[in-house]
Design a protein. Structure first.
Lengths: 247, 114
């Protein structure tokens, strides 16, 4: 490290440690948390929304506006990745040859395990997303599980699938955009039907999957967006890997 | 009252920060950044913990039981997603920087720019 960097690091460290110590004096003791907002939200979710998972109710209903901001962070950063990793001039593709080489590296057993795990993982994705308002899960988790299904395919050496995914990335892009737009539309639906942005305007139901009003819809929208966004990032990074080998 | 969860959070932050400061490789640096982020999960979840509280999911517990705070858990969810996107963006930057400078060492990259 250079001298300038050390000095900067020292100043930063002093400020950080001071800030942490100052902040720690205001902490609740572990297990002694007694702010009422969380308690009210937790105990309102069942009588008020007929949904048992109060974390998802908080994220997609009471604090849905915050989640909208988070959605757009995800969206914008994926756009950033795509812009950064775009095909530069002079980087032409002989993708098939590289893919074939890539595929030869996987053994028969990893290939079978990878492919065998992918199908059940897609089923788990759907289960996690549609039960989001009832049991642990939801759109974010489902989207990430969907991405791991694709990762299993790649580990199994079926790189051709990923290449094809990149070629048809328009569909993935559309799924992602539809998810982001759908979540915003749910907000506007509340504005139109009840006069308040992100007001839960659908009937809350009593039991089963169709409870919580707009929450199941929000879960599906977010699942689409997160799944699509991560698939695009994986496909782009994979594409870089193929190009990197050539250089 | 126990302070151990907070100590774990501070330790994760410190360990990650040391890694970020001393790193000679951008990929390693980004992994250290995720360690730092992990400290915020530990902090958020331990702030919201209520003694003998259960998970705030009423699928299999009575609706009047003591539960931990769901708001910090939703915040943690946000945190995880933001971390994932930040890591993706940073890794994309590293890929491009490696193409341009043919190195992933921060110091070497600085020297090359001068």
């Amino acid at each position: 490290m250079t001298r300038g960097r050390s000095v900067t690091a020292l100043i930063g460290l002093v400020l950080l440690v001071g800030g942490l110590a100052w902040g720690a004096t205001g902490l609740y003791g572990f297990g002694h948390y007694h702010a009422s907002y969380g308690r009210i939200v937790a105990h309102a979710s069942v009588p008020d929304r007929s949904a048992t998972n109060s974390v998802v109710v908080t994220a997609f209903d009471y604090r849905a506006f915050d989640t909208l901001g988070e959605e757009f962070i995800l969206f914008v950063s994926v756009v950033g990745v795509l812009v950064l990793l775009r095909r530069l001039r002079g980087e032409s593709g002989r993708d098939e040859e590289n893919v074939a080489e890539e595929d030869r590296r996987a053994s028969e057993s990893t290939r079978w395990i990878g492919l065998a795990a992918a199908g059940p993982l897609v089923v788990v994705t759907v289960y996690i997303v549609v039960h989001g308002q009832l049991t642990p899960g939801g759109g974010f988790q489902g989207g990430v599980i969907l991405m791991s299904a694709i990762a299993f395919v790649a580990v199994g050496g079926e790189s051709m699938v990923l290449l094809r995914l990149r070629r048809t990335s328009r569909w993935v892009e559309m799924a992602e955009s539809a998810g982001a737009a759908g979540f915003a539309m749910i907000g506007f639906g509340g504005l139109i039907a009840a006069g308040v942005f992100f007001q839960n305007f659908l009937p809350k139901g009593t039991s089963g999957l169709l409870t919580g009003g707009v929450i199941p819809l929000a879960n599906i929208a977010v699942g689409l967006e997160v799944g699509g966004a991560l698939l695009m990032v994986i496909a782009e990074l994979f594409d870089q890997r193929l190009r990197g080998r050539r250089l | 009252m126990s302070v151990y969860p907070y100590i774990v959070a501070a330790w994760l932050l410190g360990a990650g920060l040391y890694g970020v400061m001393s790193s000679r490789n951008y990929v390693h640096l980004i992994i250290c950044l995720t360690v730092m982020q992990a400290s915020t999960y530990v902090l958020l979840l331990s702030v919201g913990y209520v003694s003998h509280g259960k998970a705030p999911i009423f699928a299999d517990i009575p609706t009047n039981s003591t539960v931990v705070d769901p708001v910090v858990q939703a915040l943690t969810l946000t945190d995880v997603v933001v971390e994932a996107t930040v890591v993706a963006l940073l890794l994309a930057l590293v890929v491009q920087a490696n193409k341009r400078f043919n190195t992933v060492d921060p110091d070497a990259m600085t020297r090359m720019r001068e």
